[in-house]
Design a protein around this ligand. Sequence first.
Ligand SMILES: [Zn+2]
Length: 63
Amino acid sequence: MATAKKPPTRRPRSPKPAPAAATCGTCAGSGETTTTIRVGRKRREIAATQTGLCPDCLGTGTA
Ligand SMILES: [Zn+2]
């Protein structure tokens, strides 16, 4: 059985995309998320919202 010699494969160095340059999709780049406040045992929504730190980007706006 003749084994064919494989030429050494060279991996071309591919440029990586710039890290942390994309806008966070959860907060749309603002770094904050708006949550509707729920009250009571039935978790009724009231007409109020509070802003919190985005859990995905932790306030940086980029993810
Ligand atoms: Zn975010």
